[in-house]
Structures are given as C-alpha cells and as structure tokens.
Design a protein around this ligand. Structure first.
Ligand code: SF4
Ligand code: SF4
Length: 323
C-alpha cells in the first residue's frame, strides 16, 4: 500500500460475512448473475485503493477457513481463536461463530502495506469479494433445493471495477480458488442457511449453541469430544470413518457437519444406536440429555483452557517486549 492509498479514507462499514452484503444493500447491483455472467474487475497491488477493503469489515470464518489459516501459522485452534477472532452470531441466525478481530484502527490483523500476509490461505469471503452469493432456502421448504445466484457489490472506493479485465464469474471463481472453498464449506453453509431460513424466532438450546460453536471453530476439541466422551456409545459410527477422523482434519470437519445436522435438524446423517434411543428419549424429557451434558462440560473446559492460554500469551508478549 503506497502513501496515496494510506491517505484514502477508509471504506464504510461493509458486511462481507457469509458471502452476502446485507448491511449495505445500496451497493449491491440489482441484477441476479449466473456463473456465465460477465465480470469486469481486477484487483492487484497497482490499484490506488490497494488493501483499503481490508478494514472496517466483518469477515466471518467458516470451519475450513480456520483450519486453512491456522495450519501455516502453526497455531492450535485455541490460540488462533484467541489471537485473531471475536465471537459473533452468524447473520440472522442463533448460531454462534467467529469473525476476524480487527486491530485498534479497524484493520484486518493480516494486512500490511504489501498486501495480505495470508493471501494463499485467505478466508472465503475475501476470495468472493466483490461477488456475493445468495443461497435462498425458503422457510418451510427445507427439503427442497436452494436457489443459488450471484450478485455484484460495487463500493465507490473500490477501483477494481475501473480496470479493463473482463471474465465470467466462473473464470473468476477458478482464479480465486472459490470452488475448493465452496466444496469444503458446503455442508456447514447448508446448516447455517437452513437455520437462517427458520428465522430468529427459532432458538437453539444453550448447550446446542455451544456445541455448534465448538464443532465450527475448534476441531481439536471436537475430536476430543468424539473420542473421550460417551459420544461413541451414543452414535453409530462405522470403523472406516472412525479411523479417518482420528487423524484427518478435513474428514473430521465433514463429520462434525453430519453430527450438527443430525442434532439440530434431526437428519439421518448420523444415527443414534437403537439401544440408546429409548434412553435418549427419557433423557430429553429432562431437557438435558447425555450428549448435551457432555457438550456443556466440554465447552466449560474449553473456556477454562482459553483463560489459561490467554494468560500464557500475555506473559509471552511481555517476555518478547523485554527481549
Ligand atoms: S484476510 Fe487478507 S484479504 Fe482478507 S481482509 Fe485480511 S488482509 Fe484482506
Ligand atoms: S480493487 Fe477493490 S478489492 Fe482490490 S484492493 Fe481495491 S478496494 Fe480492495
């Protein structure tokens, strides 16, 4: 980022969360686009607005975003969440997630004058911009296919629209690595969008919300929950899946979505063992089933660990300053 762009006023608050832009509808072009629609846009370090869009924004992270960013940073999920994120409710839902925690100047912690320091691993929403994707699933039609379409977000400060490069949205997606992100995000996004279609009058129980948060943000803890609780006594999980999710984070992430879909919407993605069903009904009558209790305990343990880790990081920062 050169001096000129540093002096450029910061863009207005813009919600890039979950590939939409509901907070600033005046900048959404009123046209439904398809993958074959033309997109005249190019973003590169030579634009006068370079990195201006990396501030005053809400960047909600998907489970895959978290996994992809923290690996090269060599951070545990806990440490990554503590250092770089803030809890947030996913837009128009009762589902808790995280967004990138901006610095004291309202800037993304990963941006420098040279650009994005995590560019190959940047979040899905950063890849999509300035294209938004709507994914509508009308309430009451949860079993039907959702309608997907694209739209263009045109912020006045963004000079990429004045660049001569033209491509289709399909080509743009390939260029930005969006297909891979979408594939990895698909099951989780379906849960979020399906929940969104229920409207805000639907409220998940607190333990269920905490479990959604845990499974969506910290796969290490979710793995611990699966293998070191009564989870496997309760759910029918085949041996092949079990072997995979022990070590494969992507397989675990996909599995966590099956679990969330089954526990939130009652889908058949993950079945409770027959002998447990009866006991489960009894437990549910008391509104605090075995799994939910376990979720609560896991969450409380997570909170305690977070507090400890926070202290450790503060001590480390002080040590770094002195050295
Ligand atoms: S992650 Fe990278 S591209 Fe996204 S806002 Fe931060 S610096 Fe910009
Ligand atoms: S062209 Fe648009 S997307 Fe690229 S840096 Fe400028 S404001 Fe951001």
């Amino acid at each position: 980022m050169d001096k000129k762009s540093q002096q450029t006023p910061q863009p207005p608050s813009f919600n890039k969360s979950l590939f939409g832009a509901d907070n600033n509808p005046s900048n959404i072009m009123p046209a439904k686009l398809t993958a074959e629609s033309n997109l005249k846009f190019r973003c590169h370090p030579g634009v006068s607005c370079f990195t201006n869009c990396c501030g005053n924004i809400n960047i909600v992270l998907t489970p895959y975003d978290i996994l992809r960013i923290r690996r090269p940073l060599n951070l545990s999920a806990e440490e990554f969440l503590l250092r770089f994120t803030t809890p947030v409710y996913l837009e128009k839902t009762d589902l808790p997630g995280v967004k990138i925690h901006l610095d004291e100047n309202g800037r993304c912690p990963f941006v420098t004058e040279e650009g994005c320091t995590i560019y190959p691993y940047r979040p899905t929403t950063c890849r999509y911009y300035p294209v938004g994707m709507s994914y509508f699933h009308a309430a009451g039609n949860e079993g039907t296919a959702a309608e997907e379409f694209y739209f263009l977000v045109k912020e006045p400060y963004c000079k990429g629209h004045e660049e001569p490069k033209e491509q289709t949205i399909r080509e743009w997606r390939v260029d930005q690595g969006i297909d891979e992100s979408d594939e990895m995000n698909r099951e989780w996004m379906e849960i979020v969008m399906r929940r969104k279609s229920f409207g805000l009058q639907a409220t998940l129980s607190e333990p269920a919300q905490k479990m959604f948060f845990l499974a969506s943000t910290d796969l290490d803890k979710f793995r611990d929950f699966v293998f070191n609780s009564s989870f496997l006594e309760t759910y029918d999980v085949d041996a092949e899946t079990l072997t995979k999710i022990k070590t494969d984070d992507i397989a675990l992430m996909k599995f966590s979505c099956k679990y969330l879909a089954a526990s939130i919407f009652g889908t058949k993605d993950l079945l409770i063992k027959p002998e447990k069903v009866k006991a489960r009904v009894e437990q549910n009558k008391n509104n605090q089933g075995d799994v939910e209790k376990q979720a609560m305990e896991t969450y409380e343990a997570l909170r305690r660990d977070h507090d400890l880790l926070k202290k450790k990081i503060e001590v480390q920062k002080e040590t770094d300053k002195k050295s």
